[in-house]
Design a protein around this ligand. Structure first.
Ligand code: PLP
Length: 449
């Protein structure tokens, strides 16, 4: 058996030599050899154990090695491993039934994909076919995926390297909703939620807008939580102009924010909701584009020009049923709220100790610690260009120190995203926060006086 003969060194070398490392200059890719995982921990080729405080890519919400989900994968493989997308299958029917129970009310028709990216691609096409309009408004601090339209609709600079040769038709950006550092330089609540008014102004002046896409709680770009009243206004603006509202819940869904979906925190009714990641807790690759019945009705008499060989792949749908079952059995949505409050308390207690902490914010088990080198100007430690160029990034250096302590935490730009599996225990939280506490000393020493 070949894999038993390979040393960790060989595994890493073969991987590096023959695979692309994502979102980086290749010479800066030094992958660790991940061997096994259980609960909130995984083990590398040297037998070192790591606390997975980012749920891999904010997706392993159930934690690793869940027996019920693993069983469901085996069972699905033995029953029906594949069916072309034009067949009905039991897994497909069971999942559809469950989705009607857990999704925000009003989303009744589903298109299953294999990632968050292609769920958004489906959403854009559906919005354009349905409205007969072209433009999609996204926001700067956002990530919506890596392929044609979804990378074009990604507001963060991951689109820069391809944008000059791959500009998506009709994609435009609005300012992000960020009450810590408002791009419009307002402050809430005196602003009257001016960012929603600005969107109204944008849509009126652009014309031909099919949809607005938002991450209801922005993920990788720093757990940005909209202020109370924002979504009510956003819904009104969209309705006023006949523009569809797409909620990208790829990261924020599935209990992460202490509700099944982030928008359940505000009772927003989107026209389209996309998700992936936590839908199967990442055991198998599944994405979902869910629409209202009104949109579904439109396609009764209009050609639905979309599809994939792997759409509604049974191997992904059966495990999604098991994932939802496990989330319910373990009451993980409520748990995210309870234990998330504990994490929030501990993080807020770090703030007075570290002058490099600009902001601590979060909801459920979804938290960010944003570092600044200047509290008044709220200046990040590094620029995007430095990141694209592979220059040393302060938060990445701090994350490397935490890694030494056996704690994995996602570092991005000038903040950390803390999103452990929803089964995380208080001792794990203590361990992660302690690692952050001691590693942050490095950032404190870099402050501009
Ligand atoms: N949308 C959001 C909000 C995401 O966080 C991500 C992935 O991180 C995506 C879309 C893309 O999903 P995927 O990586 O499954 O293609």
């Amino acid at each position: 058996h070949m894999s038993e003969q390979l040393t960790s060194q060989e595994v890493i070398q073969l991987t590096k030599d023959h695979n692309y490392g994502t979102w980086r200059k290749q010479k800066f890719w030094n992958p660790n050899h991940l061997v096994s995982a259980d609960g909130c921990y995984f083990t590398d080729g040297n037998g070192k154990k790591f606390l997975d405080f980012s749920s891999q890519l904010m997706c392993s919400n159930l934690g690793h090695n869940n027996k019920a989900v693993i069983e469901s994968i085996k069972k699905q493989a033995e029953t029906l491993a594949y069916a072309a997308p034009f067949y009905a299958t039991t897994a497909r029917a069971e999942l559809s039934k469950l989705l009607l129970e857990v999704l925000p009310e009003g989303l009744t028709k589903f298109f299953f994909t294999t990632s968050g990216t292609d769920a958004n691609e489906a959403a854009f096409k559906i919005a354009r076919m349905y409205t007969g309009k072209t433009k999609i408004i996204s926001r700067y601090r956002s990530y919506h995926g890596s392929t044609a339209m979804s990378i074009a609709a990604t507001g963060d600079p991951r689109r820069w390297p391809i944008e000059p040769r791959g500009k998506g038709q009709g994609i435009i950006f609005s300012p992000e909703v960020n009450c810590y550092k408002c791009p419009l330089k307002h402050s809430y609540p005196e602003c009257g939620i001016a960012c929603a008014d600005y969107l109204d102004y944008m849509i009126a002046n652009e014309g031909d807008v099919a949809a607005v896409i938002v991450e209801p709680v922005v993920g990788t770009n720093g757990v940005l939580i909209p202020p109370k009243g924002y979504f009510k206004k956003l819904r009104e603006v969209c309705d006023k102009h006949g523009v569809l509202l797409i909620a990208d819940e790829v990261m924020s869904g599935w209990g992460r924010t202490g509700k099944w979906f982030a928008i359940d925190n505000w009772d927003l009714k989107p026209d389209i909701l996309t998700t992936a990641k936590g839908i199967t807790s990442a055991y198998v690759p599944l994405g979902l584009c869910a629409t209202t019945q009104k949109i579904a009705d439109f396609f009764e008499d209009n050609y639905f020009a979309h599809g994939h060989t792997y759409e509604a792949h049974p191997m992904t749908l059966g495990p999604a049923v098991a994932t939802i079952g496990e989330m319910r059995r373990l009451n993980l949505v409520d748990r995210a709220n309870e234990i998330g409050a504990y994490l929030g308390e501990k993080l807020n207690a770090l703030k007075p100790k570290h002058p490099s902490i600009g902001d601590v914010r979060g909801i459920g088990l979804f938290w960010a610690v944003e570092l600044v080198k200047d509290q008044k100007e709220k200046t990040p430690f590094n620029t995007w260009q430095e990141k694209l160029d592979g220059k040393p990034i302060v938060v990445e250096q701090i994350a490397a120190r935490m890694l030494g302590e056996g704690v994995v935490m996602q570092a991005w730009m000038s903040h950390f995203v803390l999103a452990p599996p929803l089964i995380v225990e208080k001792e794990d939280i203590d361990k992660a926060v302690a690692a952050l506490d001691s590693a942050l000393v490095m950032a404190d020493s870099l402050l501009e006086q």
